[in-house]
Design a protein around this ligand. Structure first.
Ligand SMILES: *Cc1c(COP(=O)(O)O)cnc(C)c1O
Length: 446
């Protein structure tokens, strides 16, 4: 039996606590960590993880915890998936680095072929691989500027695009991402978005508001691109009203503005389609991917229409580690698993089970104002009963209660107004039922 197989069979898909959370070993490690790691690198839950498989993470005290965040939507096909472990292990023993821009290798090309195939069935898309979501956004902007010769970058309210100098200037939230780290990047214009629960606008009305703002404030002729998340991730898993994104796309087309979908959180099968944009009747010029693409290894992609991608001069794009062979081998295994294991259908199964369960909880707990999302990217927003005012304290108490019961959840939203669920696409129905029962207890207790 290989190591990988041994890991799998030794972690049953069940919640089991043997100490309080965090346990004594985690607390000991946390004390050590505070001596050598700065507080800016914050951990939401200081429970130190030793190993994991599919939906269960095992901490250093031996607690078996249900992971419903997957490192923020990274573990889309589950922790230590056998095919990913096997592909990465094999690649580790062959070659770990040559620098693709020096002497290339096949796995990079294979990843680009998968992304091209899913980006469009009739138009040619090409891909640049980098290391992180932020780097994907940076390169998307760079490529759009090269293509258009314009400086301006339009983004939407509630957006999150990363933590580098450019991307932290594109986020909605100043603190903790940008505040104090200035000067911020210029030529960024943040327009109102569509948030049906709070704005009550139709897609057409919300789009008219966004476009009017950008025309007045940014000037269409100065805009290189509009960068948007089809379903906003950190912003609160906000699904825009019908027709909103198509109207923005029409306006971008009419004005020569590159339409860039940031699929870093919603992409790669998470939402029930390979990319979440497919569910909104749009076809972006550039698609950005990262998080779930390589089973936890660092990899990100900028996939764009050939005529846009081909504008950059040789040497203008790249980076030492971009498209690392081990990460690419893992990504190929992720795409193969999505196809072989019919994971788009699994995302729909998860959407149905969790949504039904959450709607039943909503009937019982009036604090749940809305259950929303697509596929295995779901959230419920908590408000003070009878109002649309965010109840961030309640969100925090529910998450804290669940963590102590061995269920790992994460808040989302500019006001921490919602709780998000980002389970593995291979999570069992038994675990879903267990998560829902802990949520019921948590909402009752909180
Ligand atoms: C996480 C995220 C990013 C940034 O990705 P990193 O890999 O953390 O740099 C960008 N966009 C979206 C939508 C994200 O969720």
């Amino acid at each position: 039996m290989s190591e990988a197989t041994a890991t799998k069979t030794s972690i049953p898909q069940q919640r089991r606590l043997v100490t309080e959370i965090p346990g004594p070993r985690s607390q000991e490690l946390h004390a050590r960590r505070q001596e050598v790691v700065p507080p800016g690198v914050h951990s939401v839950l200081p429970v130190y993880i030793d190993r994991a498989h599919d939906s269960i993470v095992v901490d250093v005290d031996g607690n078996h915890i249900i992971d419903v965040c997957g490192g923020i939507g990274v573990m889309t096909i589950g922790h230590t998936d056998e095919s990913v472990v096997a592909a990465a292990t094999e690649q580790l023993g062959k070659v770990t680095h040559t620098l693709f821009t020096m002497t290339p290798y096949a796995k990079y090309v294979e990843v680009a072929e998968y992304l091209a195939k899913y980006a469009s069935s009739d138009e040619r898309y090409k891909t640049l691989l980098v290391n992180s979501g932020s780097e994907a956004v940076e390169n998307g902007v760079k490529i759009a500027r090269k293509h258009t010769g314009r400086p301006g970058v339009a983004v939407l309210e509630n957006a999150f695009h990363g933590r580098t100098m450019l991307t932290s200037s594109m986020n909605h939230k100043a603190a903790p991402y940008a505040a104090g780290y200035g000067p911020r990047a210029g030529n960024i214009y943040k327009a109102p978005n569509s948030y049906p629960l709070h704005d009550g606008l139709s897609g057409a009305e919300a789009a008219a508001r966004t476009i009017a703002f950008l025309e007045k404030f940014a000037g269409a002729e100065d805009l290189a691109c509009l960068v948007f998340e089809p379903i906003q991730g950190e912003g609160g898993f906000i699904v825009p009203a019908d027709g909103y994104l198509p109207a923005l796309q029409d306006w971008c087309r009419a004005n020569g503005i590159v339409f860039i979908a940031d699929e870093v959180q919603a992409g790669i099968a998470r939402s029930g389609t390979m990319f979440s944009f497919e569910q909104f009747g749009i076809q972006p010029d550039i698609i950005l991917t990262a998080k779930g693409i390589a089973g936890g290894l660092p990899l990100a992609g900028i996939t764009g229409r050939a005529e846009i991608m081909d504008k950059s001069q040789p040497g203008g794009l790249g980076g030492t580690f971009g498209g690392n062979p081990v990460a690419c081998a893992a990504a190929v295994a992720v795409f193969e698993s999505i196809e072989r294991d019919a994971l788009l259908l699994e995302a729909k199964r998860i959407e149905t089970s969790f949504t039904e369960g959450l709607k039943a909880l909503q009937a019982k707990h009036p604090a749940i104002a809305e259950v929303r999302g697509r596929g295995a990217m779901l959230a419920f927003e908590l408000t003070k009963p009878g109002t649309t005012e965010a109840d961030a304290d309640l969100v925090a108490r529910v998450i804290d209660f669940a963590a102590k019961q061995g269920v790992l959840l994460l808040a989302t939203g500019v006001y921490n107004q919602a709780i998000r669920l980002l389970p593995s696409l291979k999570i069992t129905d038994e675990l879903i039922a267990d998560v829902l029962s802990v949520l019921d207890e948590a909402l009752t207790a909180a």
